[in-house]
Design a protein around this ligand. Structure first.
Ligand SMILES: Nc1ncnc2c1ncn2[C@@H]1O[C@H](COP(=O)(O)OP(=O)(O)O)[C@@H](O)[C@H]1O
Ligand SMILES: [Mg+2]
Length: 359
């Protein structure tokens, strides 16, 4: 099986490629900066250095927030033919802290209270009622650089004025007291493959290693593992690092990192993280390939039964039930359609008609 890693060529990516070479027949390293996505009336094309990308069984695409859009575009196109650990929408959601918190909230992942205001006056109202200290965060900050600490209303108020003048969007978040420590959990699918604790430098609130944070080993309990896997699922990322603050309210997720550095966590956990990632990628690619072959046969059977069913397409006369603006269909419809929770579908809608089709 052939694989490719599309990345910015960091040391962590190099380690991952070396580990993947132990499993895949070949692993190509492709520079994300050389990628171009062409869209038009024909099917979309992904080019690397101007040439259409070869076919791969597995593509591991990653990069920083600056590349979120192109990562989404290229994975949307290539995800139809190759296994990919990170879904296209994850890149635009995961690289935006506001969208991340919305996704976490949707999946009921515990997180610090986080506020968003429509106007600067709205922001001031939040500052008047919130407890101090607080944190301001830029939606696309990384490495701790977009995280600002405000000890008091006066400090927060002047920060808010500055951010507003710069037309810089921001989030306001309750400050979680952890003595400058945070937890990083590396998730692969349903499992935690490594974890570590980071401790901020003296006088610093942010525990990021780029800002001098020291790493040490850490073993998460079952609950912390469970919320980390849930956070990864919320983001549609089966390989990612989840940042957690453990304060008096228990573990709270602050970030899901789609392209975590491997050095610190390898040292702190003693786990050869790159090997675990490569094993996971290989297992999943193989699973998808086997499923693909099986699916081929089952698609034919399904097609036969679909044709048979078409002749007796069932009609149900029912009264529509609309609750809170949402249409609730009778259970029998779910049963006959065989559409499952979480399955991907296309919904075609016009006045007086809805067609839902499984992708
Ligand atoms: N609400 C918070 N309370 C206390 N510390 C925080 C909070 N949010 C972030 N931090 C500190 O700042 C660091 C960076 O925040 P994070 O949200 O992970 O952004 P980044 O993408 O910059 O790493 C965290 O690892 C943690 O040490
Ligand atoms: Mg972080």
């Amino acid at each position: 099986m052939k694989a490719a890693v599309i990345s910015l060529g960091s040391t962590s990516s190099k380690w991952t490629i070396e580990s993947m070479e132990k499993h895949f027949s070949s692993v190509d390293a492709i520079d994300l900066r050389s990628i171009e996505v062409k869209m038009g009336s024909d099917k979309a094309q992904v080019l690397a250095n101007g040439k259409e990308l070869a076919e791969y069984d597995c593509i591991f695409a990653k990069g920083s927030f600056r590349y979120a859009q192109i990562l989404r575009a290229l994975t949307s196109r290539l995800g139809k033919t190759s296994y990919m650990p990170i879904l296209p929408y994850s890149f635009t959601v995961g690289h935006d802290k506001l969208l991340t918190h919305l996704a976490l909230q949707h999946f009921k992942v515990p997180m610090p209270n986080t506020y968003l205001a429509a106007t600067s006056q709205g922001g001031k109202k939040i500052l008047e009622k919130i407890n101090y200290p607080i944190i301001f965060k830029l939606p696309s900050g990384t490495g701790g650089k977009g995280v600002m600490y405000a000890e008091s209303y006066a400090a927060a108020n002047s920060l808010l004025d500055t951010l507003t003048t710069l037309r810089q969007p921001f989030l306001i978040q309750e400050y979680i007291e952890t003595n400058g420590e945070d937890i990083r959990i590396l998730v692969a699918g349903d499992k935690v493959i490594a974890s570590m604790k980071r401790k901020a430098m003296d006088g610093e609130k942010r525990a990021n290693t780029h800002l001098g944070g020291a790493v040490e080993s850490y073993i998460p309990n079952a609950y912390t593992k469970e919320i980390s896997v849930r956070a990864a699922k919320a983001l549609g990322a089966s390989l990612c690092a989840v940042d957690i603050l453990e304060g008096s309210k228990g573990p709270l997720v602050v970030e899901v990192n789609l392209s975590p550095g491997l050095k610190g966590i390898t040292e702190a956990s003693g786990v050869v993280v790159a090997d675990k990632i490569a094993e996971y990628l290989f297992e999943q690619t193989k699973l998808l390939k086997d499923k693909g072959t099986k699916q081929g046969a089952s698609e034919i059977l399904k097609e036969i039964s679909r044709k048979r069913d078409d002749a007796t397409e069932q009609q149900i006369i029912a009264q529509l039930d609309v609750r809170g603006g949402r249409l609730l269909l009778p259970g029998v419809i779910t049963k006959i359609s065989d559409l499952a929770d979480g399955g991907e579908c296309v919904i075609k809608v016009k006045e007086g008609q809805i067609i839902i089709e499984r992708i």
